[in-house]
Design a protein around this ligand. Structure first.
Ligand code: PAF
Length: 310
């Protein structure tokens, strides 16, 4: 496996041995978990040469976010990539991708209608920074395919839009959410969920999405001709699941002195919405091709999850 630190490292490799190969790129910020590994496995089915980029991109973190503390287990990540037969890992330094500290760089500015909602409301500038680094990576590697997790549904929609607007020829591939056995969507930030209460409370997201899907399916079974309005159905599902989860935690308190009441202070729901599966734009009613998206901060950890209605 080649470990590349600069774009020039890649250009040299390309000249030497990559003339007629198609390339798939899996952009990551490292701290690889089974979700990333699923993206890599998928990339390997698409192309003869797979590059994984590992770069914690400062441009997409806000001032009060976890850039400094974001996990960076590079040795483990390299070993995981090697085990999966990744051809090259790109691990640039910040100075390599953003050499001039004194002068501002050209940034990609995705349109407001995509960024000024959902996660963009709480993370101003996040999607500009994300799109900027993704464009740089696509320019460096010129891949035939780039693979992203569907968990970041808004991110994926913004990348698709950018690729279309800039006439890039790369095919953007979305990969379904990978979950742990409890149903929690895998995320590098899950390691911040330290206690059993935090882990249990984090399931609020997936359980709410499942309950919403069940209510939607129930409506279909009842042969209602009108698709159900999204907002009330989602609100009811959230309230029901929230009460259930709080009750479960209070019955199973593991840490002495910890009550479900304390847990209620540990949940901030940022959004629970129905969106178009491709564009991530809001929809009023639930139909096929609708995706539910949700973000909540649980015990100080911002989590997102999503489910495509079926
Ligand atoms: O999803 C991520 O890990 C990041 O946003 C990405 C796409 C690698 C860009 O830094």
């Amino acid at each position: 496996m080649h470990v590349l630190h600069t774009p020039d490292d890649f250009y040299t490799l390309k000249k030497a041995c990559l003339q007629n190969q198609t390339l798939a790129l899996v952009p990551t910020m490292g701290a690889l978990h089974d979700g990333h590994l699923a993206l890599i496995r998928h990339a390997k089915t698409l192309c003869g040469f797979v590059v994984v980029s590992i770069f914690v991109n400062p441009l997409q973190f806000g001032e009060n976010e976890d850039f400094a503390h974001y996990p960076r287990p590079l040795a483990d990540d390299l070993a995981a990539c090697n085990n999966l037969g990744v051809d090259a890992v790109f691990t640039p330094s910040t100075e390599t991708l953003y050499p001039n500290k004194e002068l501002p760089i050209t940034r990609v500015c995705p349109p407001d209608h995509l960024t000024n909602r959902l996660c963009g409301l709480d993370r101003p500038g996040h999607f500009d920074g994300m799109a900027t680094v993704v464009l740089k990576l696509l320019q460096i590697f010129q891949p035939s395919y780039a693979i992203f997790g569907e968990k970041d549904a808004q991110q994926l929609a913004i990348i698709r839009h950018m690729v279309h607007d800039f006439n890039l020829t790369v095919a953007i591939v979305g990969h379904p959410v990978v979950r742990d056995p409890s149903g929690l969507a895998l995320s590098s930030r899950n390691q911040y969920l330290k206690t059993s209460e935090a882990k249990h409370l984090a399931l609020l997201l997936y359980k709410t999405l499942l309950a919403s899907q069940m209510a939607y399916q129930e409506n279909l079974r009842n042969n209602n001709t009108d698709p159900p309005a999204a907002a009330p159905l989602l609100k009811t599902a959230y309230n029901t699941v929230y009460n259930q989860v709080m009750a479960e935690i209070s019955q199973n308190t593991i840490e002495p002195g910890f009550a479900a009441g304390d847990c209620s202070k540990q949940v901030v729901l940022h959004y629970l919405e129905a969106v178009d599966a491709e564009t991530c734009l809001p929809v009023e009613a639930l139909r096929e091709n609708t995706r539910l998206v949700m973000a909540a901060t649980v015990f100080g950890v911002r989590l997102i999850d999503t489910l495509a209605l079926s």
